[in-house]
Design a protein around this ligand. Structure first.
Ligand code: ATP
Ligand code: MG
Ligand code: MG
Ligand code: MG
Length: 471
């Protein structure tokens, strides 16, 4: 089955059981300034769960575009290093708004996985919340899974809440044991280990309480269901692919990187990391821009900029010195156009935005990298391992180098960063620009530029610049 067929099968399955198929919402959450990006399927139904919005259906299913690259869920730095994390991914989900509850949710998930997708029953494991005996009994009754493949986890993994107050409840997750060769090899490796052996496939959230400001939890009159399964993960299992990247949803992008770089996946672990980062970030960039986010120095736009610059830097690592990101993103349209026709319509615009950002950053990337490498050599020559904060700040301030690029380079070199020093420099600069701002709102430099017909651009942190060169 192809990735597209696996997505379709999910939606068709739930449609058969009276679920309304709802389109994915935008990656930019509507009316929710607290959330950076849509990071789960339930986001578009938040108000329905809270009872603030009535819909004309009580069951729904979606394939939701998600980005986890900031805020509470941030997988940016996992990308390339684990088999299962992306910044952009699709979450398949079924929802019940006060309709069916635990038993039916378990039944649906198990039936689809074991019959629909034919996963091997003996490799599946289930986790439940500490005291959720009801879930334990239901898993035993509905699926017959042996006792020793049900484990109890605490709040961090198996209790879900929307915020400090509001609907919340225990959850149950279905994992698959991918076998020893996927494991970290530690003697204590078991389900719950951070490695990729016991791959978490599907999270079933049982929304059954309402938590008030004092922390007291009252049972909800109409408990609800919210589930999420990563499409790329279920595809990797069905296609017997060792990682999410080795699937037909991602491989064509990797092939493009291989062609451009004249290198092959699997040649070395550094190369693999770079190729996976580029493949992942190409998807995020295309989808974020498609949903109206533009690279900038603040908020969502800054996260997008960091993602693109990170991909470009990894490209340099594997010899991609010419702009490549718009080409790798181009492959994303081919793979995704049938599921997301809107994305294809915006292709020319998205390509342009990526190309501009890449041209703009390429100029400064080489200079910045040279400076960073010189610094690393100096630090090493002194027998030290920590990169000073003022250097990181200078790279950020002068060359627009996102700190996570520095972090990636430093991580490769097994060194550390002085982030306190970085913060001190940043605060000093903010204070300085504040005092300048009170002295004169429109500086002479600005006036001179305007007179010469040059349009300054806001680049964040109280500075103005032209084409990324600091005034
Ligand atoms: P993990 O423990 O592997 O980081 P999670 O517990 O953070 O996953 P949930 O918040 O429970 O994930 O999200 C529901 C499902 O979405 C997961 O079971 C997984 O299949 C998928 N998923 C979560 N994060 C990612 C990601 N970064 N990339 C791809 N799929 C993901
Ligand atoms: Mg996670
Ligand atoms: Mg988890
Ligand atoms: Mg989970």
């Amino acid at each position: 089955m192809t990735g597209n067929e696996i997505r379709k099968k999910f939606l068709k399955y739930f449609k058969k059981y009276d679920h309304q198929i709802v389109r994915s919402s935008s990656l930019v959450p509507q009316d929710d300034p607290t959330l950076l990006f849509t990071n789960a399927g339930m986001v578009q139904f938040k108000r329905t769960f809270l009872g603030e919005e009535k819909r004309n259906y009580v069951r729904a299913a979606t394939s939701q575009k998600c980005v986890r690259a900031g805020g509470k869920h941030n997988d940016l730095e996992n990308v390339g290093y684990t088999a299962r994390h992306h910044t952009f991914f699709e979450m398949l989900g079924n929802f019940s708004f006060g309709d069916y509850f635990k038993e039916k949710a378990i039944e649906f998930a198990w039936d689809l996985l074991t019959n629909g997708y034919a996963l091997p029953v003996e490799k599946l494991w289930v986790s439940i919340y500490l005291d959720d005996d009801e879930a334990y009994d239901l898993w035993r009754k509905v699926t017959g899974i042996p006792e020793d493949r049900i484990v109890r986890f605490g709040e961090k993994d198996n209790f879900w809440s929307m915020g400090d107050t509001g609907p919340c409840g225990p959850c149950s997750e279905i994992h698959i044991d991918r076998g020893e060769k996927f494991g970290c090899g530690r003697p204590d490796c078991k389900i719950g280990c951070e490695c990729d052996r016991y791959l978490e496939i599907w999270n079933l959230v049982f929304m059954q309480y309402n938590r008030d400001a004092s922390g007291k939890m009252e049972p909800l009159p109409k408990p609800s269901i919210d589930t999420g399964m990563g499409l790329e993960r279920i595809v990797s299992i069905i296609q017997n692919a060792p990682t999410n990247y080795d699937t037909d949803l991602m491989m064509p992008i990797i092939h493009k990187v291989e062609n451009l770089s004249e290198k092959k996946l699997g040649e070395s672990s550094d190369l693999d990391i770079a190729m996976k980062v580029i493949a992942d970030h190409s998807r995020s960039a295309a989808f974020l821009i498609g949903d109206g986010v533009l690279p900038s120095n603040e908020g969502r736009g800054y996260v997008l900029r960091r993602i693109m610059r990170r991909a470009i830097r990894y490209g340099r690592n594997i010899g991609l010195t010419k702009p490549f990101l718009s080409e790798t993103a181009g492959v994303v349209f081919d793979i995704m156009k049938s599921a997301y026709p809107d994305l294809s319509e915006a292709e020319a615009f998205i390509t342009n935005v990526i190309r501009n950002e890449e041209n703009r950053f390429s100029e400064t990337l080489d200079t910045g990298l040279r400076l960073l490498n010189d610094t690393l050599s100096d630090v090493k020559a002194k027998g030290q391992t920590e990169v000073p904060g003022d250097v990181i700040f200078k790279l950020y301030d002068t060359y627009g180098f996102p700190v996570d690029i520095v972090r990636d380079v430093v991580r490769d070199e097994k060194m550390t960063l002085d982030m306190n020093g970085f913060d001190e420099n940043m605060n000093k600069q903010r204070e300085m620009s504040r005092s300048v701002a009170t002295f004169s709102k429109t500086s002479d430099a600005y006036k001179n530029l305007s007179a010469r017909g040059i349009k300054p651009e806001f680049v964040g942190y109280d500075r103005i610049s032209c084409d990324s060169k600091v005034l």
